[in-house]
Design a protein around this ligand. Structure first.
Ligand SMILES: [Zn+2]
Length: 265
């Protein structure tokens, strides 16, 4: 279990996003002495002398977006991170200890996080609607029921194992308020992910996570309706080319659609 051999990572990068998320990316060296298959976990230590706490586990891809509400907007946080590779023979390889970096310089960072903080507050108190964003869990392994070995895509939009995402663990549920603007004409159209129906709206949200058009679903807590998030995703405010607040369109999904069976917690 603790036969730690050598650091298997070529690179580990931890970056705080202006909206309070932390993005961890890592790359394994081309040749390492750990038998596959591998899983990864991310650990965090809050101060010198504290224990390492697991904050994400069973990862299979080299990227994860963490929602660390206790770390939000904390520029002075002393937290540090490491990634652990767990091999098939139960051996483990540790990365170096990494301090989080920021995408922007300090001044731009402070502006960016203030823009996000105010927008959240404004939405939470006045203009927004509480909701959940369902994002296909790209860090999960491909669904073994419906994914085609030829192109790696789900062949069954109603697959009950992965909910049609093509990833075995289906969707991750992310707390995500939205400001709803214009409600547009009723119309129906067929898409690969079922019938889009009845209602189209435009909405504003925070650009993290950045929704993938036609892949993400938003659940309106006040009505229970679910919507496909569709493009174009338009930055409404940004800093140095990095979107902070974005506009998007929402298409209401018929309550008969299987997507209503996806749990939101
Ligand atoms: Zn499937």
């Amino acid at each position: 279990m603790d036969s730690t051999l050598e650091n298997p990572f070529e690179r580990v990068d931890v970056r705080r996003q202006p909206d309070g998320h932390t993005r961890v990316r890592f790359v394994v060296r081309p040749i390492v002495p750990y038998p596959r298959p591998w899983t990864f976990r991310v650990e965090r230590k809050d101060y010198v002398g504290s224990d390492w706490n697991v904050i994400a586990s069973d990862l299979v891809l080299g990227e994860v977006l963490l929602n660390e509400s206790d770390e939000r907007y904390d520029l002075l946080s002393t937290a540090r991170y490491r990634v652990v590779l767990a091999a098939d023979d139960l051996s483990e390889g540790l990365s170096d200890v990494v301090y989080p970096g920021m995408i922007l310089n300090k001044q731009d960072w402070l502006i960016a996080k203030e823009v996000c903080r105010r927008k959240y507050k404004q939405m939470r108190l006045y203009t927004g609607r509480e909701g959940t964003l369902l994002a296909p869990d790209h860090s999960s392994v491909p669904c073994d029921v419906c994914v085609s070995p030829v192109n790696g895509q789900s062949m069954d939009p109603n697959c009950s194992t992965c909910n049609g995402t093509g990833y075995l663990s289906g969707y991750s549920a992310i707390d995500y308020p939205l400001e709803i603007h214009k409600i547009q004409s009723d119309r129906e159209e067929q898409s690969t992910k079922g019938t889009r129906s009845e209602l189209t709206m435009s909405a504003t949200g925070i650009a993290s996570p950045m929704p993938e058009p036609d892949e993400y679903i938003w659940v309106d807590h006040s009505t229970g309706y679910r919507y496909h998030v569709s493009g174009p995703i338009i930055p409404e405010s940004h800093i140095r080319g990095m979107p902070l607040v974005i506009g998007m369109r929402l298409h209401r999904i018929s309550p008969k659609d299987e997507v209503y069976d996806v749990p939101v917690e």
